[in-house]
Design a binder for this molecule. Structure first.
Ligand SMILES: Cc1ncc(C[n+]2csc(CCOP(=O)(O)OP(=O)(O)O)c2C)c(N)n1
Ligand SMILES: [Mg+2]
Length: 307
């Protein structure tokens, strides 16, 4: 395979129609964009998650690149092994991309991910975050935010603890690159994947925000809009961290969190006091982040993406 990066590639469509994602699935949009950025010389490792299903059943696949299905806890270890095998064959131009859900990253896969990035394995690890265990029926994960109703935090038992900060955990390992990205800002997302590709040689981690209309109680056609509101309300800030030290902010939001929470079924039960408590948490986290920011490089948004 030739390197598409060298040829300035990235225009190839590597995710095909006929996949089995739900309508409006953020994770499907995410993969389409990620592979546009990385090109065909990529191998994907997928642990148990919705994407294991979306790719399709062997010998069929919705992806135009090789794919290794892996056990739920093992994406970091499997991606390390695949990298070693490719290097042994002299295929050092092939990207290894681990592609895992929030459950497979924040929870059960955290040990193998931490071990791999501590070794600074040469791969791109992507956590597409739909904020719950969606494939098995919307159970809460440690990426599920405060205030959410899931099937394991139902009724009045909605989730009272907050979302784990996975970028800080990755930054604490001092890896070359850790960044957040969103399907609502595709140019920024593709730029970050291309940057991750250029930083070949160590561990790169992308925390990718991917709404799940089925689990979040939103119509499929507002999936991207809701993702945009997450950024515009600072609920999901867009930023990059290089070598665990150098923080760059890509977006400054100023909308109230109610704009983002209001349209979603998973937050319908919240009172105005609960909303205030969430606004306070978001503001606190935003202040902490701003203190770490060394440079600000705001993304350029086409006019149609400003609202
Ligand atoms: C050890 C183990 N426990 C449980 C499961 C069942 N299981 C398969 S996918 C999944 C949920 C994955 O959640 P997440 O990683 O967030 O991905 P999503 O389904 O949301 O895309 C679970 C619990 C499994 N495959 N292996
Ligand atoms: Mg999930």
């Amino acid at each position: 395979m030739e390197s598409t990066l060298k040829k300035g590639g990235g225009e190839t469509e590597l995710m095909h129609p006929g996949h089995v994602a739900c309508p409006g699935c953020g994770a499907a949009i995410a993969m389409k964009l990620a592979l546009k950025a990385l090109g065909p010389q990529t191998m994907v490792v997928i642990p148990a998650c919705c994407w294991g299903i979306i790719a399709g059943a062997y010998p069929q696949s919705s992806l135009g690149v090789p794919l290794l299905q892996m056990a739920f806890a093992a994406a970091g270890a499997a991606a390390s092994g695949l990298r070693a095998a490719l290097d042994a064959r002299g295929e050092d131009e092939t990207f290894v991309m681990a592609w895992a859900g929030d459950g497979g990253t924040f929870d059960i896969g955290l040990q193998s991910l931490s071990g791999a990035v501590e070794r600074n394995e040469d791969f791109i690890y992507v956590c597409y975050d739909n904020e719950a265990y969606m494939n098995t029926g919307v159970q809460r994960s440690s990426a599920t935010p405060y205030g959410t109703r899931t099937t394991t935090t139902p009724g009045e038992q909605w989730k009272r603890s907050g979302k784990k900060n996975i970028i800080e955990i990755m930054a604490a390992h001092r890896i070359p690159y850790a960044a957040t990205a969103s399907i609502a800002y595709p140019h920024d997302l593709i730029r970050k994947f291309k940057k991750a590709a250029r930083l070949k040689g160590g561990s790169r981690f992308i925390h990718l925000y991917a709404p799940c209309p089925t689990g979040w109680g939103i119509p499929s056609e507002v999936s991207v809009r809701v993702a945009r509101l997450a950024v515009q309300t600072n609920s999901f800030p867009l930023y990059e961290v290089e070598n665990g030290l150098h923080y760059t902010l890509n977006f400054k939001g100023d909308a109230p969190v109610g704009d983002y929470l209001g349209p979603q079924g998973r937050f319908k039960h919240l009172s105005s006091q609960d909303m205030d408590a969430i606004q306070k948490r978001v503001d606190e986290d935003w202040e902490v982040l701003l203190k770490r920011i060394g440079s600000v490089k705001l993304l350029k948004q086409p006019a149609e993406m400003r609202s």
